[in-house]
Design a protein around this ligand. Structure first.
Ligand SMILES: [Zn+2]
Ligand SMILES: [Zn+2]
Length: 298
């Protein structure tokens, strides 16, 4: 139910539709006699896993139903709606304006053709009451943020002879702690130690289908991306399954012990003896910085 998605109706949706209908009956003003029901929007929150694999979600939606107290007439039981005396039940009146005869919505019954002198206490004369109904929404596999599922005729009830509106279920995918989605591709950041980065190794990375092995070649740098083909998302509108892209971030070790610091200093001395070849990026950067300052002097 609600706990599944944590979704709900957006502020503008139901409230406006509901008050519109009452506005019409109680003096909103000149609309046509028969109204189609209003469209509704339901905001459905999904986890990335559910959006990718598809799911069925039960939602509760507000709706308007015929009032059982007055059987939908809007009049207090024992009384009935009367034919409007101003328009004789036509809902329209002819007004003489100079030479012209103009047809207008009847100001007395607002186009309904009937008036209620003793309104029903349950529905206050509307003939309909607010209720909730449960609906099962089939969410197809591969939906993404912003996709809308249309449930035809599940919106607000219309006037007696008019069709109901539609219900639009708007998908909101919650942020995932590991994966970021970009259309069919999934991205995942993988921190590795300087040792694994330098020597290479094999590690486990997560995918939505389970664990995968990722081989890290020796000499891997930060921001290097490894693409796992076909481990992404199958898009809801068709097309090839995307990839899982692992972005490497080399982690600088912190909170070192005295022994570890000493080992790193020994390591640094060994690096210095060997010249520039172990840190090509750092050394080319230092060279271009030197050149920059020399150019400035001359
Ligand atoms: Zn009623
Ligand atoms: Zn009238």
């Amino acid at each position: 139910d609600q706990s599944v998605g944590g979704g709900g109706f957006s502020g503008g949706g139901f409230g406006d539709a509901f008050s519109d209908i009452f506005g019409d009956i109680f003096g909103g003003g000149g609309r046509s006699r028969v109204r189609k029901g209003a469209d509704l929007q339901y905001n459905l929150e999904l986890t990335l896993e559910d959006a990718v694999s598809g799911t069925t979600v039960k939602i509760r939606v507000p709706t308007l139903k015929h009032c059982t107290t007055c059987s939908g007439s809007g009049a207090k039981p024992g009384t009935s709606a009367e034919t409007c005396s101003t328009c004789g039940g036509h809902g329209q009146v002819r007004m003489q304006q100079g030479f012209f005869s103009v047809q207008q919505t009847c100001p007395n019954c607002r186009g309904k053709g009937t008036t209620i002198s003793d309104p029903c206490n349950t529905c206050h004369g509307a003939g309909r009451v607010k209720e909730h109904k449960s609906l099962s929404v089939e969410v197809p596999a591969g939906v993404d943020n912003g996709d809308r599922i249309r449930l035809s005729g599940e919106g607000e009830a219309g006037d007696a002879s008019a069709p109901s509106g539609d219900l639009f279920v708007q998908i909101h995918v919650k942020p995932h702690p590991i994966f970021e989605r970009d259309n069919a591709d999934l991205y995942c950041e993988v921190p590795i130690s300087i040792v694994t980065a330098a020597l290479g190794g094999e590690l486990e990375v997560p995918s939505l289908e389970g664990r995968l092995n990722l081989k890290i070649p020796a000499g891997t740098q930060t921001h290097k991306q490894f693409r796992m083909r076909g481990k992404g998302v199958k898009p809801v509108r068709g097309g090839p399954i995307g990839d899982l892209i692992c972005r490497i971030v080399v982690e600088t070790p912190v909170k070192l012990s005295a022994e570890q610091k000493q080992l790193l200093e020994q390591f640094a001395q060994s690096m210095d003896k060997a010249g520039k070849k172990h840190s090509p990026n750092e050394n080319s950067w230092i060279d271009s910085m030197k050149k920059f300052f020399e150019d400035m002097k001359s």
